[in-house]
Design a protein around this ligand. Structure first.
Ligand code: GLU
Length: 374
């Protein structure tokens, strides 16, 4: 069936637009104010069409590097964090000024992964974003680089933007970059590389297995982000931020960039949190039969399908469910790793004899499980 691109895009009411440093810097390694003004104009035009826009803007480190006259030398993590602290206020001032020309108020929102992992903070962030949107404000989100360590980092703003899209129930995620979209091969050394206009759920799995399209020139993280968004029911467009009026063209349904089509049966909010925001404490390795029952037939995990557990976790922790070395689902464990060591491989009727008690038949209940790949 032909995908109704125009219809889907015309219906977009709320969108997250991610701007990478490459788009905000133009040809020189510093913030390009004219680009920020142009993008603010585009956002203003979208707002007149009653569309709500949330920006995820990189550029803090870029702006800090310029202010501190650090040149283009490689930076340690600490120097990057310091540069981000200097640059974030400059970045925000630039956005404030650019939006003021359009009579739009902008708001700074800085997040770490930890903020989305903890359910209470996740809900708080969500409520604040909704309030800002109700007030007609454009939230400008960035990672809180100053406090981000590897443990709590999003990795990059592509992932952050996909999580934010899920967080605020966006209808569309747009990743603006310095490329026209996803290519069948790296266009820099393959003259025959062609732009992929559309990627459906099935096609994404095939493409992910190939090194070319998903693994070159910063596209790997965009691909991952688009897949994450698709899992939460949100379509993604990867497009070239240097093209004039690109956001309007995307929303007018023009065949620009690469459109990743959202999963037809997306995960619900709770499962989205489990799948993408929560932090698994350990792994439960299951046999192929259990994987099929869980992923294919939406069954709960019982002790009989468990081969082994790794890392230590408590009942109530989020765990990864792994088969053949591949994580295919996440869920809330009803048993600790210690208990599972004693009951793995057993029938549910044998749990009580082995432990002396039985909190539940299921090790992970289907209601507390998010399947990542079928
Ligand atoms: N948070 C970083 C910055 O603002 C950018 C991270 C990224 O673009 O992936 O400079």
């Amino acid at each position: 069936m032909e995908y109704p691109r125009l219809e889907t895009l015309r219906r977009v009411r709320r969108m997250v637009v991610k701007l990478g440093s490459s788009v905000l810097s133009g040809s020189k390694p510093r913030l390009d104010f004219s680009m920020l003004r142009r993008l603010s104009g585009d956002v203003a035009a979208l707002k007149t069409q009653q569309r709500q826009v949330i920006l995820v803007s990189s550029g803090a480190i870029l702006a800090g590097r310029e202010q501190l006259a650090l040149g283009i030398r490689p930076m340690t993590t600490q120097l990057k964090q310091a540069a981000a602290a200097v640059g974030q206020s400059r970045l925000m001032r630039a956005w404030d000024e650019a939006f003021a020309r359009e009579k739009i108020t902008a708001a700074q929102v800085l997040l770490t992964r930890e903020d989305l992992r903890q359910r209470r903070r996740y809900l708080n962030a969500r409520n604040t974003l909704f309030t800002l949107l109700r007030l007609g404000v454009v939230p400008v989100i960035n990672e809180n680089d100053t406090v981000s360590t590897d443990e709590i980092k999003f990795g990059d703003n592509d992932m952050l933007s996909a999580l934010v899209a899920g967080l605020c129930d966006a209808d569309l995620l747009v990743l603006l970059t310095d490329r026209d979209g996803l290519y069948s091969a790296d266009p820099r050394d393959n003259p025959g590389a062609r732009l992929i206009a559309r990627v459906s759920e099935g096609e994404a799995l095939v493409l992910r297995g190939r090194p070319g399209p998903a693994g070159s020139g910063g596209m790997a993280s965009k691909f991952k982000a688009a897949q994450l968004a698709a899992g939460t029911g949100i379509s993604t467009v990867i497009a070239n931020g240097f093209n004039e009026g690109i956001l309007q063209r995307v929303l007018a349904g023009e065949e620009v960039g690469t459109l990743f089509i959202a999963r037809a049966s997306p995960l619900d909010k709770r499962r989205q949190w489990l799948a993408f925001a929560a932090h698994p404490r350990g792994q439960i390795h299951v046999d192929e039969g259990a994987r099929e029952a869980l992923a294919g037939k939406s069954k709960s995990l019982l002790p009989s399908g468990i081969k082994s557990v790794s890392k230590s976790f408590e009942a109530g922790d989020v765990v990864s469910l792994v088969s053949g070395g591949v994580e295919f689902a996440r869920g809330l464990a009803n048993y600790s790793s210690k208990e599972l060591d004693k009951i793995k491989g057993l029938k549910t009727s044998q749990i009580e004899a082995a432990l002396g008690y039985k909190p539940a038949d299921e090790v992970v209940h289907r209601d507390n499980m998010a399947v990542l790949t079928r």
